[in-house]
Ligand binder design. Structure first.
Ligand code: FEO
Length: 382
């Protein structure tokens, strides 16, 4: 019979307005922190500064009067490490465990030395009793100092940011959409680094994944691993089309809606239409990565694509958007420039098939309707 246990002592943040100052989180976000209570007791990661007291109370309750031996810091970003100093003040005898980069960053954030430290190298193992943590470095998943820890006893991966999602733990929503929005938004640029981490973890059997955000994953792990493999390799997750538009007076919106209708009329089952200025911007970005085809419909503005379209295309390029098909609907009442501006930005994207551009002059007419219908036919045949 096992005599050890693992407890989540993390917190739900429903107060945050923007996660990382950028992402809306209507259902909040969880900062997970785990205690492995074994012969030795280890606390894994802390929480955001606004929740230090709540978290320290959770830790004290879980410890039941025992003193922790270790605080393991897998990731120094302040949503996880902001309470390290408070922990060390309360438990000065605990050893802080991190790698060389961990301590450089901790000292930058806290402007103090953590004297009681254990600096681990790649592949080092910290034995706690039944449990043992083997550290696997995961640079840029999502910061350079990140490491994950594998516990062979439970076949558990403490995965840091990987496999996390937006949403507090008490919200009832499917994992996939908010995990995709979180991953593409935050780690999307670093697919090569995520793939490198998976390669290092090859041969480590997995029954449990304990991420720093979102639920502990214990069942059907191949579903989550498969999603991550697709995202990390920029492989479309779904056969479908995102039609992402920006419109001023509704004419480009009408063109986008016509495109969606024509796609459906051509048998396309999965078509999503988004307004880049009004819908959640990072849902739009994540959905561009979800589907194998994208239609950008944009009005021309100041000799460029509309600002919301520009921001969208920049966000795609920044996250290594590739391996997909793109079509453009360009609107311009004079000197139309949107298509040129969009394709110039996307020149940096690898393996992008440009299926064509349909042109609208001010408002839909018979000619532009026919161009959109033809482009929809081409896209639906792919
Ligand atoms: Fe959840 Fe990169 O911090």
């Amino acid at each position: 019979m096992t005599k050890s246990k693992v407890i989540n002592v993390g917190v739900n943040d429903r107060k945050v307005d923007l996660f990382e100052g950028l992402y809306v989180v209507p259902n909040g976000v969880a900062y997970n922190s785990y205690i492995i209570a074994d012969e030795k007791t280890a606390v894994l990661d802390t929480v955001d500064a606004n929740f230090s007291d709540e978290w320290l109370n959770n830790v004290a309750r879980a410890l039941g009067g025992k003193k922790p031996d270790y605080l393991v810091v897998l990731h120094v970003e302040p949503d996880h490490a902001a309470s390290v100093f408070e922990f060390v003040k309360k438990y000065p005898d605990a050893t802080v465990v991190g790698n060389a980069k961990t301590f450089v960053m901790l000292e930058q954030f806290f402007d103090c030395k953590f004297e009681n430290r254990l600096v681990v190298a790649e592949g080092d193992t910290l034995s706690l009793g039944e449990h043992s943590l083997t550290f696997v470095f995961a640079p840029m998943v999502h910061w350079p100092e990140v490491m994950v820890a594998y516990d062979a006893f439970e076949k558990c991966l403490y995965s840091a940011d990987a496999f996390g999602k937006f949403g507090a733990l008490d919200c009832d929503e499917p994992w996939i959409d908010e995990a995709r929005r979180y991953y593409i938004g935050i780690v999307g640029k670093y697919g090569a680094q995520v793939t490198a981490l998976f390669k290092k973890l090859d041969g480590h059997p997995l029954d449990i994944i304990r991420p720093l955000h979102g639920p502990v994953l214990t069942e059907n792990l191949s579903y989550y691993l498969d999603a991550y493999t697709k995202w990390a390799t920029y492989t479309p997750e779904a056969h479908g089309v995102l039609v992402a538009y920006s419109s001023i007076y509704g004419h480009t919106k009408a063109a986008a809606e016509l495109m969606a209708a024509e796609l459906r009329a051509n048998g396309e089952k999965d078509v999503t239409v988004r307004d880049l200025a009004r819908d959640d911007f990072y849902v739009c970005v994540a959905e561009a990565f979800k589907y194998d085809r994208l239609v950008i419909a944009s009005v021309t503005y100041n000799g460029e694509a509309f600002p919301a379209t520009r921001a969208f295309v920049d966000a795609l390029v920044e996250r290594n958007y590739q391996n997909r098909t793109l079509a453009i609907i360009e609107n311009g009442s004079w000197a139309a420039m949107a298509a040129k501006a969009i394709t110039q930005k996307l020149e940096k994207s690898k393996n992008l098939n440009i299926a064509g551009t349909a042109k609208v002059k001010s408002a839909l007419n018979a000619e532009s309707k026919a161009e959109i219908a033809q482009l929809a036919k081409t896209l639906a045949a792919l």
